[in-house]
Write a protein that binds this ligand. Structure first.
Ligand SMILES: CC(=O)SCCNC(=O)CCNC(=O)[C@H](O)C(C)(C)COP(=O)(O)OP(=O)(O)OC[C@H]1O[C@@H](n2cnc3c(N)ncnc32)[C@H](O)[C@@H]1OP(=O)(O)O
Length: 408
C-alpha cells in the first residue's frame, strides 16, 4: 500500500476493481440511494478520475477522486485536478483521512506536472486549511417577468432561433471554447460533458423541469442561452443555465426573450458573473434582484511556480513574495516575481519580502477575482513595502472576471 501513513490510516490509489466499493461508501456518506442509471454514471465518472483511497487496514474508509481537467487561466490553459466525491466513513472522521488523501493528491499533482487543483464545496470551513481559496464568485439573479423587462440599450434586432439539444454541442461547443480565453476558471468541456451535464433530458436536481431549451442568435453564432422551464400553481419559472453573448446588445436580446416567455412569471439565473452586463443595462435595477453572492470555484496552486509561469500578466511587476504553505513545502518561502511583457519569472531570493501571503489567499487572487489589497486590509496578508499589493493586483487583473458554472 502507500508510503503515507496517518495514525493507523494508510493512503493509496484506489484500483478500478474497487470502484463499486467506493460508491457504496459515497452513497453512505452522502445519504444517497441512486438508481442503476445514476450509479453507472458515477461509476463511469470514477473510472475517468484519479482515485485515492484511505484505508484502515484493508478497510476502505475514505475516497477522494480527481478529474484531469484543462482549466483556462489568464492567457493560457493549465492542467488541473478537479476534486470530487470526497468522503470519509462516519466511523473514521477527524482522524486525518481527508488530510492524508489531500496530501496524496498534491504529491500526484507535482509528479504529473499538474499545477492546479480545484473544487466546489458548500462548506467553506473545510478547504482553506488545505490551501484552497475561492477563486471565482457567482451571483444569483431573479427577475419578476410579470412586468416587462425594460432595458437601457437596444437589443440586437436579429432573429432568435431554437436549437435542438442534439445539435447544440456542435454549435455551442466551439463558441463556449472561445469564451474560455476571456473567462478564466472555465474547464474544457468534452462532448460527453455537454450531453450529460448541460443537455441531459432530465435535470439532476429537479425532475419537474423541462428538458433543456436552447435559444441562439446570429449566424455565425453571436450568443446563446440554455434554459429550462417549470409550470407551477401560480406562475411558472424559467431557469437560465447558461447565457453567453458577444456583445451587450446580443445579451440584451437573450435576456429580453427569456423575460417574455409566456406562462413564466419568474426568471432565475444561478451563478452569473459579478460583471454580468444585465446588472447595468436593466433600466430598473430593483427589477433585477441579486438575492445571493457566493464563492463558486475553489482553486489551489499545487505548484505555485508553474501556476504563476502558466498565466499571462496584465502589468509589469518586480517584487519579492513570501508564500506560506505548510502542506507543500516546495511552494513556501521567498521568490522574486518579475513580470515583463505579459510573462513572468519566479526565482528564489534572499532579499527581504515585499509581501507575505498564504497560498490559499494567493490562490483566491490567482485568476483575477479577489484582490491582494483586500487580503492586506483584512490582516491575512502582510504588505512590507507600501504599494506592493496594488502592484500585484494590477498584474493579476483581467479584463473580465473569472467565471464558471461547471460544477463537478
Ligand atoms: C469537493 C467535495 O467533494 S465537497 C464534499 C465533502 N464531503 C462531505 O462533506 C461528506 C461528509 N463529510 C466527510 O466525509 C468528512 O467529514 C470530511 C471529508 C469533510 C472530512 O474528513 P476527515 O477525515 O474527518 O477530515 P480530517 O480528519 O482530515 O480533518 C482535517 C481538518 O479539517 C477539519 N474539518 C473536517 N471536516 C470539517 C468540517 N465539515 N467543517 C469544518 N472543519 C472540518 C477537521 O477539524 C480537521 O482539523 P483539525 O485537525 O484542526 O481538527
Amino acid at each position: 500500500m502507500s508510503d503515507t501513513v496517518s495514525d493507523t490510516l494508510t493512503f493509496a490509489d484506489l484500483p478500478e476493481t474497487a470502484i463499486d466499493h467506493a460508491l457504496d461508501l459515497i452513497d453512505l456518506v452522502f445519504h444517497d440511494r441512486p438508481d442503476e442509471d445514476a450509479r453507472e454514471r458515477h461509476r463511469e465518472t470514477l473510472r475517468g478520475c484519479r482515485r485515492i483511497g484511505a484505508y484502515d487496514g484493508t478497510l476502505l474508509v475514505g475516497v477522494l477522486a480527481a478529474h484531469a481537467f484543462s482549466m483556462a487561466v489568464p492567457g493560457g490553459e493549465l492542467d488541473c485536478a478537479g476534486v470530487t466525491f470526497v468522503c470519509v466513513a462516519p466511523t473514521h472522521r477527524r482522524r486525518g483521512a481527508l488530510t492524508g488523501m489531500i496530501g496524496e493528491l498534491y504529491q500526484g499533482c507535482l509528479e504529473a506536472g499538474r499545477p492546479l487543483a480545484a473544487l466546489w464545496t458548500e462548506e467553506a470551513a473545510i478547504y482553506g486549511r488545505f490551501g484552497f481559496g475561492p477563486a471565482t464568485h457567482g451571483v444569483n439573479v431573479e427577475i419578476d417577468t410579470e412586468h416587462p423587462l425594460e432595458l437601457r440599450i437596444e437589443p440586437d434586432p436579429r432573429p432568435l432561433r431554437l436549437v435542438p439539444p442534439a445539435e447544440a454541442p456542435a454549435l455551442l461547443g466551439p463558441y463556449f471554447e472561445r469564451t474560455r480565453a476571456v473567462r478564466a476558471g472555465r474547464v474544457a468541456r468534452s462532448t460527453d460533458r455537454w450531453a450529460e451535464v448541460w443537455l441531459a433530458d432530465d435535470d439532476e436536481d429537479d425532475d419537474e423541469l423541462s428538458p433543456p431549451r436552447i435559444v441562439a442568435l446570429g449566424d455565425p453564432l453571436a450568443g446563446y442561452a440554455i434554459y429550462r422551464t417549470k409550470s407551477g400553481d401560480d406562475a411558472g419559472f424559467a431557469r437560465i443555465d447558461e447565457l453567453e453573448a458577444d456583445t451587450p446588445a446580443v445579451a440584451a436580446a437573450l435576456w429580453r426573450y427569456l423575460a417574455s416567455i409566456d406562462r413564466v412569471g419568474r426568471l432565475r439565473a444561478w451563478g452569473r458573473p459579478l460583471d454580468d452586463p444585465i446588472l447595468h443595462f436593466a433600466a430598473d435595477r430593483d427589477h433585477v434582484l441579486t438575492p445571493s453572492l457566493f464563492p463558486a470555484l475553489w482553486v489551489r496552486l499545487a505548484d505555485v511556480r508553474a501556476a504563476l509561469l502558466g498565466r499571462t500578466w496584465g502589468a509589469d511587476l518586480d517584487l519579492v513574495l513570501d508564500v506560506r504553505d505548510p502542506m507543500v513545502p516546495g511552494n513556501a518561502g521567498r521568490r522574486r516575481l518579475t513580470a515583463t511583457g505579459g510573462s513572468c519569472a519566479y526565482e528564489p531570493t534572499a532579499d527581504a519580502p515585499d509581501l507575505t501571503i498564504d497560498v490559499a489567499d494567493l490562490s483566491a487572487c490567482y485568476l483575477g477575482d479577489s484582490q491582494v489589497r483586500r487580503m492586506v486590509r483584512a490582516g491575512v496578508a502582510a504588505e512590507h513595502t507600501p504599494g506592493a499589493a496594488a502592484a500585484l493586483d494590477a498584474a493579476l487583473a483581467t479584463a473580465l472576471l473569472p467565471h464558471t458554472t461547471d460544477e463537478f
